[in-house]
Design a protein around this ligand. Sequence first.
Ligand code: LLP
Length: 421
Amino acid sequence: MKAVNLPVSAGMNERNNLTVGGCDLAGLAKEFGTPLYIMDERTVRERCREYVKCFRANYPNTEVVFACKALCVTGILEIIASEGLGFDVSSGGELYTALRAKADPKKLYFHGNNKSPGEIRAGLSAGVGRFVVDNIYELKNLDAATRELGLRAEVLVRVNPGIEAHTHEFVQTGKVDSKFGVPLDQLAVLVKEVKKLELVSLKGFHAHIGSQIFDFAPFAAEAKLLLELTQEYGTAEIDLGGGLGIPYLASDQLPPIEEFARQVTAVLKGKTEAKLVLEPGRSIVGQAGVTLYAVGAVREIPGVRKYLIVDGGMSDNPRYVLYGAQYEAYPVSHPDAPRDETVTIAGRFCESGDLIIKDGKLPAVKAGELIAVAATGAYNYSMASNYNRVPRPAMVVVSRGRAELAVKRESYEDLVSNDAI
Ligand code: LLP
């Protein structure tokens, strides 16, 4: 069972059940319950290696850091750290989790457009390698914290490159009207301010143009801009952020990381010795994940629509609700059967918009059967909520026929544990 939107280890066993990492998904449902996030260790490791190999082959002075907003779970970060990647952390919570996963603090890039003074102090005390400064207000807080603690900070300045990438408006970040980064016409002033500070030193520039991008031209334009800034200010680091897209549907074309690396590094090769930093999130973990659901009610409205209602929904995967994101589902039993039904997969939440897939093609599936939604490894668990006080699902990491619990299923007791009265 091979498909570009499934984990690389996906297969089908002698019972005609879908397997990931050598584990029968029906068996995982029995053992861990549903809904269940399943992460394939092999896909995560392969993606990490591909990034490092493809970029270093073209441009040896490259560092790859995982954007942990895509999936911030100790066990997953441990796998990624063991592949030698650093981390982009964008909050105190992500910093805490990365440190818990024994990440090398020097390989941490502390992002965020409104880091609190407490978060800045935590980052300094942990010895994070780079602060990515988003604005002048933050720079002042950083200056104050370095003097208070007597600790140095090495910074990248986040610029707003004014580049529009063709992706959903909510995940575009680099266009002129953006809450992120220093506009280019204000950069000289900010750099001057940084240079005045005793314990803060400027190492380079960062930009991030958006997410789920297939077109390499905006990345090349971004690299060119950061190269020019590097030459103008005599800095030594170029951080291009993340943003490479992944195939959500089996029919999507996979943007090869190798080609991405070739085109981006072509802009820099021979023109600079600066260190290149990449911050992929989705393209490391997205395809590694599937979410397993049990189908409950099947509601057929003749001539209108057929709904399969699952035991999860917008609280474990809010991406249809937020962005109209497209997904594809596979029945666990006979995943390769012809997809001759048009069905809508709806969730269990008190909201009409609570869908996972609208009018998708699926083989016939009955109440009580299991389905696996593909490519849910990124921005699903990390954006999950407890809407309707539904506990968040468990997550397992699968590899070589073994499944290890990475996140426990929440209990009702967990749900009320912070209710103070
Ligand atoms: N670096 C920075 C500074 C970022 O803001 C992001 C993502 C990344 C790296 C990683 O980007 P990636 O390689 O994952 O595209 N919730 C949205 C995606 C928001 C991305 C936010 N920033 C979604 O579910 O599509």
